[in-house]
Design a protein around this ligand. Structure first.
Ligand SMILES: C[C@](O)(CO)[C@H](O)COP(=O)(O)OP(=O)(O)OC[C@H]1O[C@@H](n2ccc(N)nc2=O)[C@H](O)[C@@H]1O
Ligand SMILES: Nc1ncnc2c1ncn2[C@@H]1O[C@H](COP(=O)(O)OP(=O)(O)OP(=O)(O)O)[C@@H](O)[C@H]1O
Length: 269
């Protein structure tokens, strides 16, 4: 069985407070986009994880696909050994949730392929063990998120009338480092006060708290954002803790742009 774990973008991201468990409470809107990895699972006689495409830093045993398998196996010993192959397109350390999506899709795939009958709510709980961004990818539709990102509420938001440009400057931003650099606090404009149907208003009202610290450390990211606005984007912002920047253009109006060596650009027309 093959599934295609997609990426997410954050539309607005406010870091509200540091918690006693070391994590931060936040508020954000998650929106899924079809920049995808490919995840294949076959039944075998011994556990194998293999990977192609973009190289993932770290040991294969730390991969969220492997961790997701182990998490389910502990509660569902009937799961057979599998060969999991992950073909990676989504840049890592990009704020696009690629690793989180791989972990969440592994849970969904194993549940379906081996008829474990785990309800979606329980899958979200397993996903929260893997990472803060993971639960979103179980439902994978636009939502408000709070807590660590695991408390979700559906948001009616259809951006299919727009085109998206994602640019990754090849910089790997460590999420833990980015959280450690910022000062949490109440947002100037809470996400509940944003008019989600008026995309043109977002430029002046929707903010990502990570931009202050991450753009200060990596000015190249701010330059990408400026170039997007200079070329007709109606909204542009860093996604999550970066370093990818996402721009929303009027439908089929993404300009042909030259980027520096080592940058990768992805279009969702
Ligand atoms: C920045 C976002 O992408 C916004 O959607 C997420 O909050 C990050 O989620 P993630 O990559 O799944 O992060 P995790 O793997 O859970 O945590 C990585 C590290 O980020 C910090 N972290 C993460 C999420 C959170 N709500 N508070 C935190 O302080 C912690 O230091 C943690 O050790
Ligand atoms: N399947 C995977 N794909 C990408 N990275 C993974 C995967 N499994 C584990 N990781 C680890 O996650 C790290 C990237 O996480 P980080 O939170 O820094 O970046 P991100 O792009 O914001 O998040 P993520 O893609 O995990 O949501 C990588 O350095 C890698 O070690």
């Amino acid at each position: 069985m093959i599934l295609f774990p997609n990426c997410k973008i954050n539309l607005g991201l406010h870091i509200l407070r540091k918690r006693e468990d070391g994590f931060h409470d936040l508020e954000t809107v998650f929106y899924p986009l079809p920049l995808e990895d490919a995840l294949e699972v076959l039944t075998t006689t011994e556990m194998i994880f293999s990977q192609s495409g973009i190289e993932i830093p770290g040991d294969a045993t730390e991969n969220l696909c492997v961790k997701a398998y182990q998490l389910l196996k502990a509660d569902h010993p009937q799961l057979p050994p599998v060969h999991m192959h992950l073909h990676k397109h989504i840049p890592t350390g990009a704020g696009l949730g690629g690793g989180s999506s791989d972990g969440a899709f592994t849970l969904k795939l194993l549940n379906e392929k081996y008829n474990l009958n785990i309800p979606a709510q329980k899958l979200e709980q397993y996903a929260a063990v893997l990472g803060s961004d993971c639960p979103f990818f179980i439902r994978n539709t636009a939502c408000f998120a709070s807590g660590r990102g695991e408390i979700m509420e559906p948001l009616q938001l259809d951006l299919s009338g727009y085109s998206f440009l994602l640019v990754h400057p090849g910089i790997h931003v460590n999420t833990g480092w980015a959280f450690s650099r910022l000062t949490p606090g109440p947002p100037a404009i809470p996400l509940r006060e944003i008019d989600w149907q008026d995309v043109l208003s977002w430029k002046d009202r929707l903010t990502n708290d990570f931009e202050d610290v991450v753009l200060a450390a990596y000015p190249a990211i701010g330059a990408i954002k400026r170039k997007m606005y200079d070329t007709g984007a109606v909204y542009a912002a860093m996604s999550g803790s970066g370093s990818a920047v996402v721009a929303i253009y009027p439908k089929n109006s993404i300009p042909v742009l030259q980027w520096e060596e080592g940058y990768r650009a992805f279009e969702v027309p």
